[in-house]
Every structure is written in structure tokens, then in C-alpha cells.
Design a protein around this ligand. Structure first.
Ligand code: PLP
Length: 450
């Protein structure tokens, strides 16, 4: 029995994969064994260019020597201790200072550490409700999110997700959660004019608030750029209009920056790209470049104020065993320092623009690529049966899976998600890496038919 067939059998017998069908477990998985820079290697030593950045997260690239050194040093010093109550540790304090320093323009002042993105969203929702309760407005419990949104897999996030497939088997969901139309330039029934679209969708949000009653709504939550929904980049006027509406009706604005935080969109933060400050921001993924699980929920003074005023009566009955995990926080601090030292935000913008340029000829050449879109180093191809109708290809056709399988055979990892191909490489990607990835995709699309 080869090493691969043995691992495949053990995997099928014992591992339940996330976001997978049990049937998948009978197939031979890609066993990723080693990584370096923008590449990963499987158990046979074959090299792959990582077009996924792990899963939108390996911002500083794989096996960065400074990250490895931090892990070794911190693990030898203090790998874990809790931070409940009045226990603390140096890495979590230093990382909180670093994050709030980076977020000075947005006025964010306090950090609640979590173990990942779903935790960060859950924390944001609970802090928002608690905030209003402390202010004597305990009816403000509802949340509004967007269609096509992805906010993770806990019950709060699941209830706010805008895609049915993430919700349909898990009801009853959290009451008081609803979705409104967000601006989707490629697929909307209204207009091709971006500014008009931004205004229409902002009006929809305002009408929803008026209908449900601002006195019942705790917060509006959205991703600055929708990631898992298909890298949907809103028009430039949308977030500023949303900020105005939230202020007008006294509703908290939560930016889910789990993907966009710390540089991926070509701005240090997604909201900064739109010239807006949120009240609460959710982070994970790029905060530690995925080396150790870590997330954070960050709040501004307005959100923090009632907690500080009510102290010691504002007991926050929320926290994770791994909140403020010293090893994770030390790694987070090194990761954010590398992002600054190596100008990775700027690189994401430059290489991201180049990536979009290079994807355009593929749209012209291949009949089932309806659109290439993105911002920074997050991009998507929208796959359609025909460009006129823009009908999404049926995921059951296996079309996008076949494209990604051919890329994998040829040493490039991209992500097929239903009728979309998603690209989110490390922020250290070069133009040469883009050429390799795009040429391989070009080849794959030429070999696959619908
Ligand atoms: C915007 C957004 N929020 C939340 C999450 C959930 O993060 P995690 O998988 O770390 O729980 C994700 C994951 O992709 C995400 O993209």
C-alpha cells in the first residue's frame, strides 16, 4: 500500500471534512505536507502555487522565517494561559495595542480576542445586543445583513448568511435576522450605473429599517467586499450611504472584515477603502496569516462607553478558552509587523490590479466566463451558461470543479465554489506568480466543456 492510499483510507474512515459531502471522503484528497512562500507541497513532494492563500488567510506567505521563529520562541516561553477576568499576558496586550494603533483613523479602541471568524461575528452580535441593553434600549435586538453575505457558521452567523445552502438544514435559526439586497453590479435587476445602484440598495436598507422599526434593530452587518458570496465589490458610494443611514437611525454598523482585514483588498482595512469607520469590526484569517487560529472583535468608544459606565455591573458573560491565546497573539503581532515591513498592502493593490487585467482576456476567450471581478488580492470568475442571460452554470455539472482539477494537475491551486472560481493568494504574490496562475487557468478552461 502506498503512503497516499493508506492516508486516503484513514481519511475516509475517520475524518469528517468541513464544507464537504461525506461522499467526498472516498476520493483521494490533496495531502498538503509542507509549504514555503507562495507554494505548498503534497506528500509526494509535488509543488503547487497557492492561489487560495490557504483559505484567504496566509497573507505573509507560507513558513515565513520570522513567523516560525516567533512560534518557537513563544511556545518555549508561554504557549497558553487563559485571560479570563484579571489574568493577562504580554502578547495579547501588545497585539491589542498594535491593532488599535492601526485602527486609529477609524477610532477603534478596544479588542476582544477570539479563536476565528465565526467567533468574531458571534462576539460582535452579543456585544451589540449587550450595548443596547446597557443603554436601556433592550428592544434593539434585531440584525440586518445582505443577500450573498457570509458570516461564518455559528448560529448567529448562520442566521445572517445570505446564501440558503448555509442555512437550510439548521433551523430554527436566531429570530430577528433578515437580509436585504446589496449592490451586485453584475447581477441586479435595476441598473448598470454604479452610483445609482449604490443609492438604490441604500434606499432598500433604509426602507427595511423604517418597516421593522429602528427601535428594534441592534445592528447592520456586512462585509466591505463580499468574499464567499463571490467577491462582490460594492459601488464606492454604498458604504458611505450605509454609514449615514446607521447614524440617522442609531443603529450600530458592524464590518465583517474576516477576509478584508489587514490588507487583502489593497487597503489596510476594507472599510478604509470606502472612507468609512464602522462601530464594530470582526477579524480573523489575515490577523495571524492563519499560522495559529486567532480572531478579534474590535469596538469603538461609542460601543464601549456603556460597558465602561456600567462597570462593575456590566459583566460580559462571553469569552473563549483561547481568547488572548499568547502563542496566537505573538504570531498575530509578527504577522502584522511583516505586513507593514514588507509593504504587503501596497503589493496587494498593485498585484491585484495586474491580476484583474490579466483575467480580462480569459473573459473574452472563454464562453462560460461571464465576468472577472475583484479588488486587491481577492478575485472571482463568475461562470455562466451564456453571457447574454448570465445564467450561473449548474454546480452539479461539475464545470468549475473540472477547471480547478486541471489547474491542480498542473501545479496551481484555485478554488471552485459552485458557479464561481475564487482567487485569494498570499499578499506576497508577484506578477510572475499571477502569470503562472492565469496561464494555467487559461489552459484549464480550454480543456473543459460544459
Ligand atoms: C466574512 C467572513 N466572516 C466570517 C467567516 C468565518 O470565519 P471562520 O471560518 O474562521 O470561522 C468567514 C470565513 O470565510 C468569512 O469569510
Amino acid at each position: 500500500m502506498t503512503d497516499t492510499s493508506k492516508l486516503t483510507e484513514l481519511n475516509a474512515n475517520h475524518v469528517l471534512h468541513p464544507m464537504s459531502m461525506p461522499a467526498f471522503d472516498n476520493e483521494q484528497p490533496l495531502f498538503v505536507e509542507r509549504s514555503e512562500g507562495v507554494h505548498v507541497y503534497d506528500n509526494t513532494g509535488k509543488q503547487y502555487l497557492d492561489g487560495l492563500g490557504g483559505l484567504w488567510c496566509v497573507n505573509v506567505g507560507h513558513s515565513h522565517p520570522k513567523m516560525v521563529a516567533t512560534i518557537q520562541e513563544q511556545a518555549a516561553k508561554l504557549a497558553y494561559y487563559n485571560t479570563f477576568g484579571d489574568v493577562s499576558n504580554r502578547p495579547s496586550v501588545e497585539l491589542a495595542e498594535k491593532i488599535t494603533g492601526m485602527l486609529k483613523p477609524e477610532g477603534m479602541s478596544k479588542v476582544f480576542f477570539t479563536s476565528g471568524g465565526s467567533d468574531s461575528v458571534e462576539t460582535a452580535l452579543k456585544l451589540a445586543r449587550h450595548h443596547w441593553r446597557l443603554k436601556g434600549q433592550s428592544d434593539k435586538t434585531q440584525f440586518i445583513s445582505l443577500k450573498n453575505a457570509y458570516h461564518g457558521v455559528h448560529f448567529g452567523g448562520t442566521s445572517l448568511n445570505g446564501m440558503q445552502n448555509f442555512k437550510q438544514n439548521y433551523g430554527p435559526l436566531l429570530p430577528g435576522c433578515s437580509q436585504v439586497d446589496g449592490p451586485f453590479p453584475y447581477r441586479n435587476p435595476w441598473t448598470n450605473d454604479l452610483e445609482e445602484l449604490g443609492q438604490i440598495c441604500a434606499d432598500i436598507l433604509e426602507r427595511k429599517i423604517l418597516h421593522d422599526g429602528a427601535n428594534n434593530i441592534a445592528a447592520f452587518i456586512a462585509e466591505p467586499i463580499q468574499g464567499a458570496g463571490g467577491v462582490i465589490v460594492p459601488p464606492a458610494n454604498y458604504w458611505p450611504l450605509v454609514r449615514e443611514i446607521c447614524d440617522k437611525y442609531d443603529i450600530l454598523l458592524i464590518a465583517d472584515e474576516v477576509v478584508t482585514g489587514f490588507g487583502r483588498s489593497g487597503s489596510l482595512f476594507g472599510v478604509r477603502g470606502w472612507g468609512v469607520a464602522a462601530d464594530i469590526q470582526c477579524f480573523a484569517k489575515g490577523i495571524s496569516s492563519g499560522y495559529i487560529p486567532l480572531g478579534a472583535t474590535v469596538i469603538n468608544d461609542k460601543v464601549a462607553e456603556p460597558f465602561l459606565e456600567a462597570a462593575p455591573n456590566a459583566f460580559v458573560a462571553h469569552g473563549y478558552t483561547y481568547s488572548g491565546h499568547p502563542l496566537a497573539c505573538a504570531v498575530g503581532l509578527t504577522s502584522l509587523n511583516i505586513v507593514e515591513e514588507e509593504n504587503l498592502v501596497e503589493n496587494a493593490g498593485i498585484v491585484g490590479d495586474y491580476l484583474l487585467q490579466q483575467l480580462q482576456p480569459l473573459v473574452e476567450r472563454h464562453e462560460h466566463i461571464g465576468e472577472a471581478r475583484g479588488k486587491g488580492l481577492m478575485a472571482a470568475l463568475d461562470l455562466v451558461t451564456d453571457k447574454q442571460s448570465k445564467t450561473p452554470v449548474d454546480p452539479a455539472s461539475g464545470y468549475s470543479d473540472k477547471v480547478s482539477a486541471i489547474c491542480q494537475e498542473n501545479g496551481v491551486l484555485i478554488r471552485s465554489v459552485g458557479p464561481k472560481i475564487i482567487l485569494s493568494p498570499p499578499l506576497t504574490f508577484t506578477k510572475e506568480n499571477v502569470d503562472t496562475m492565469v496561464n494555467t487557468m487559461d489552459l484549464a478552461f480550454s480543456q473543459v466543456s460544459l
